[in-house]
Design a protein around this ligand. Sequence first.
Ligand SMILES: [Zn+2]
Length: 361
Amino acid sequence: MRHFKSVQFPTSGSHAQSSFVLNLFPIDVVLAILEHCSPFDLVELRRTSRLFRAIIASHQQLWVSSQRNLAIGTSLKVPSLPAIEASGNFSQWAYASWLFGGGPCTSCSKWTDRLPCNFVLRFRACSPSCQSILMFEPVLYVDRTRKHDNFSWGNWLPRIGRELSNGDTIHIYSSRAIKTAELERQQAIRIDRGTPPDDSMPFPCRTGVQLDEEYNRRARSRPELIKNAEALKDWQKLYMQQHDLVSQSNSEFLKLRSVEENRKFQGVMRCPTVSRLFFAFNRDLVTITHTSQGSLGRYTCALIIISLSLGPKPDARARRAQVPATRRLSRRDDPAAQRQSALPDLLAARQSRRPRRTQLG
Ligand SMILES: [Zn+2]
């Protein structure tokens, strides 16, 4: 049985004790559990500790199995991470975070948990109204004369091609991406002239030669990115079909449980933890059932939260208040009342056992 020999564990700090416990645990068992995770489960586990980061980093096949785990119902496996030559964060966890971890809306900058809505231009919309804004100018720049083809960034900047009725093709860019490309080029010119670079810019400082080399790498990576964006667009349609089915099923399940627990469904769903659990189950295309495999822990948490987090039932308190005094338990029959009545006697007895202070002097 294999143990964590290939993983570098922390030897000090708060993670040392947990690494010691996990070191006694067979890695085969841990990996078998991790193989059932979704891509975003791995992202979140990776954030919890250096230990999990080390385990996941040394077993990259976990990302492949997590992408396969979303092939449920009509949904297919998540398209693989493209092999990108250009610099930037194109790691597996960054890819999973970008897809499932949410981000700011491209239109209004509000945070949204939705998937990106345009994988070529990397747009994300928080609502249908914002999504409609992202389909027109000024968010988009329609290059009818294709002047950007002649600029230095024209060979790599992401674009959507549209064929016109006369047979010509126009290119549609993200206006923000054009602005960033212009700033990046201006920064390289400043550095070549010896002017101090602006550190607030969202890209590394490069000279003109370095930027040209990076442009070439981006141009070589562009076909792979376009291919991946098209695969993601096709995958998203089927994923969202299954997502809607699972979401409806989970909603009905929680409604039934709410009725059984004598809770209002809207009140249950307003509980932040329940809504997060509901979102996570839907995101991972897992239906909540009494015996959900791989999600038993989440389901148990959901039930505990539904049962306990909202406190005592208000209806039970109301019913108790309506019970006639003659039908209530007498103090002799009610254990809680007996404990309450016995409390002063116990305190008095404990007080009497305390040693009395002797006053000196
Ligand atoms: Zn928005």
